[in-house]
Unconditional design. Structure first.
Length: 127
């Protein structure tokens, strides 16, 4: 087991359309003592954020998704002050159009790389 790098009970939203990858990330986060919540695209992620899902400490965001992609999600997130402060980590195989100022993990990634990025992104009060 990988040593937990983020605080126990930190909530991580996984916005990823690939079901197998999303479930693998959720399993990793759970094993590491984190609380994952998941959405298959940006539209569902926004719906969950507005619908009472626990406010995540960080959002793992795929870029290439149906209905609402990662760029569109980020634009909508930044337009809402209560959501804009939630840190985002982009995870994608597409590197030429990453989001400026947002940490980026290139797919495929390993679990230690992902956990380290989450640890860096979780607000200081939670670490």
């Amino acid at each position: 087991m990988i040593e937990a790098l983020a605080p126990p009970q930190a909530t991580v939203m996984v916005v990823e359309d690939d079901l197998d990858l999303r479930e693998m990330i959720e399993m990793l986060l759970t094993v590491e003592g984190l609380h994952p919540v998941a959405a298959p695209n940006g539209r569902e992620a926004l719906r969950a954020l507005h619908g009472g899902t626990p406010r995540p400490d960080v959002i793992l965001l795929d870029l290439m998704m149906p209905e609402m992609n990662g760029w569109q999600f980020r634009e909508a997130q930044l337009a809402e002050p209560e959501l804009a402060a939630i840190p985002v980590i982009v995870m994608s195989a597409v590197t030429e159009r990453a989001i400026d100022g947002v940490p980026f993990i290139k797919k495929p990634f390993d679990s230690e790389q992902l956990l380290a990025a989450i640890h860096r992104a979780v607000p200081t009060g939670r670490a």
